[in-house]
Every structure is written in C-alpha cells, then in structure tokens.
Design a binder for this molecule. Structure first.
Ligand SMILES: C[S@@+](CC[C@H](N)C(=O)[O-])C[C@H]1O[C@@H](n2cnc3c(N)ncnc32)[C@H](O)[C@@H]1O
Length: 297
C-alpha cells in the first residue's frame, strides 16, 4: 500500500501556510552535515515538490523521485529548466534504476509512510554504489513527548517497544534501534546520527525567535551520540561492501542508461517519447527530463 499524495496541497497546507520554518531550517542543517557537498549523481527518494533540492547544488546530476506526479510537476516548475535535474515518477518499492548508479541519496519525511521498510531499503541500497552515502530521516517513536504521554497514560502504545507503531493509516513511528538494525540488514554501514526538532511545539514557537530555536536545535543535534529522544532522527550511512559486478558498472552508466524497467530490471531503449523494454514488453512515458515509471503505457 502506498500513501498517495497525488493532487495533494502538501506544499501550501503543510509548509507555506503552517508555522514550519523551524522544522525546515533544522532539517537542512542535519542534511548539510551528513550529505557529501559534491558528487556525481544523487537521488532524493520521495522528494515531493522539491523543497530540499537547493541542497544538492554540488551534484552533477540530481534525480527527484516521487510517486506523486502532481508534486513532481511543482518541483519541475522550480527546477525543470535546470539540465542537471531529472524528475522520476516511481514507487520506492519498485525502483527503475540499474544497480549502483547513485553516488548518494537522501530520504526525508518519507519512511514514516512505508509499511515494508526492509523492502524499500533493499531497493535503495541496490541503487547506491558501494561507498555511497545515504541520509535517512525517520520519525522516532521513543521521543520525549511520547514517553511523557505514555507515563501519564494518555497514550496506549509503548514508546520503548522495538516494533513500529502505525498511529494513523500508513503513518509509522519507529524505534531508533529497530531502524538502525533495518539499515544494517539492508546492507548499510551506519556512520553518524543527528537528533532534530526537539523544540517542535507551539509553546517554543511562541516563546522563542526562530533564529534562537534553530541555534539551540543545531547544538542539540550533536547530542545524538548520547541519546536519541527527538521526534525526528537523521542517520548517515554508507552502502556497504565491494559490490557485485553490476553495481561496479552502475557508476559508469550515463544519461538514460541508468534506467531499468521497474517490472523486470531489464534495460530500456528510447523510442520517441517512450522508454521501451524489449524483455518484458513494457513502455514508459519519458519526455524531456520527466520519466514516468508509475504505470506502463
Ligand atoms: C511528507 S512528504 C515529504 C516530501 C519531501 N521529502 C519533503 O520533505 O518535503 C512524503 C512524500 O513521500 C512520497 N511517497 C510516499 N510513498 C512513496 C512511495 N512508495 N514511492 C515514492 N514516493 C512515495 C509522497 O508522494 C510524498 O511526496
């Protein structure tokens, strides 16, 4: 099951018309500390309307991937003129990439919509070349607010138990140890962690200037090695191993050669405004820098 944002007003409702400048600013700080500033080809998985795309300016090629075509259209309005960008409509569970084509990747505010985390992380790991960096943000069930609510018996689920909690349909909070183990199981070496958004509360937003909140958060992010009790956690990990032969070749692929049929994993060839797979017979809309791998034509 996919949490479908097609046609959603996510940008205006969640960001522009809501008081979330603090969350946006502190997420940017975490990413800037964890993502190598320069590289060949990176992808943001679940990039939405491209809120964070300016952070990827040091990459030769940037792939914004999302299941929602309408959010990608919003991203294209801002970044579509830039030849470094590709916009890919696809499902994280069925990625349309050859193995090892990415030198880095991010996934921010997305995994809380993912019911089968091992399957998604396996797909992502396969697309990243060995040694490539992956920055993941996840919603932490063992956060201070949840711990206090549980203590006061105002919350039924236990923030200390390892399994994910689905607090609303297709909205999950994760225990940090569970998520770190899921990353390792998928073939990532966990490197650094950052806590974010400790001050995510109306009380702090009313009492403190934004600049002060961001400064405090930036300092608190470095306490992640002591405790992970924030509502949002960032993890920097690296794709492990030497990689099998196909992954080694992935980095050398260029242009549309990076794409594979999400049905069969087999190569595609261009035919007009389509990419065609001769092996599984699928045809995918691909025009200018927009590629639609949600459903075949
Ligand atoms: C909360 S939004 C976050 C957008 C962006 N990362 C940001 O922080 O502004 C979640 C995004 O994940 C995308 N998404 C959810 N499940 C997906 C899936 N299975 N494959 C691809 N994208 C998915 C949604 O379409 C949506 O754009």
């Amino acid at each position: 099951m996919i949490c479908d944002y097609e046609g959603s007003d996510y940008r205006t409702r969640f960001w522009e018309n809501a008081d979330r400048a603090y969350e946006d600013a502190v997420e940017r700080i975490a990413i800037a500390h964890m993502l190598p500033p320069r590289g060949a080809r990176m992808a943001e998985f679940g990039a939405g309307f491209g809120r964070l795309a300016d952070l990827y300016a040091g990459y030769d090629e940037v792939i914004l991937l999302d299941y929602s075509r309408s959010l990608l259209e919003e991203a294209m309005q801002q970044w579509g003129h830039n030849p470094r960008f590709k916009f890919v409509a696809a499902d994280i569970y069925h990625l349309p990439f050859a193995p090892g084509v990415l030198s880095a990747a991010t996934m921010i505010r997305v995994i809380h919509h993912i019911a089968d985390v091992p399957a998604a992380l396996t797909q992502i790991r396969r697309a990243i070349a060995p040694g490539g960096t992956f920055v993941l943000e996840f919603a932490n069930k063992r956060n201070l607010k949840a711990m206090m609510r549980y203590l006061a018996r105002r919350q039924s689920w236990n923030p200390y138990s390892p399994e994910p909690v689905e607090f609303a349909t297709l909205n999950f909070d994760f225990h940090p140890q569970w998520m770190l183990q899921a990353l390792r199981n998928a073939g990532f070496d966990v490197r650094t962690k950052r806590t974010a958004s400790y001050l995510r509360a109306g009380f702090f937003k009313r009492a403190l200037p934004l600049r002060t909140m961001v400064r405090i958060d930036a300092a608190l992010q470095r306490t992640a090695s002591l405790a992970l009790l924030s509502p949002s956690v960032f993890v920097q990990s690296v794709a492990a191993g030497q990689g099998h032969e196909a992954e080694g070749e992935g980095a050398a692929l260029g242009g549309e050669g990076i794409f594979r049929s999400p049905r069969s994993g087999q190569p595609l060839r261009r035919e007009g405004d389509m990419l065609v797979c001769d092996t599984d017979g699928t045809r995918w809309h691909a025009e200018d820098n927009f590629y639609d791998f949600k459903a075949p034509l």
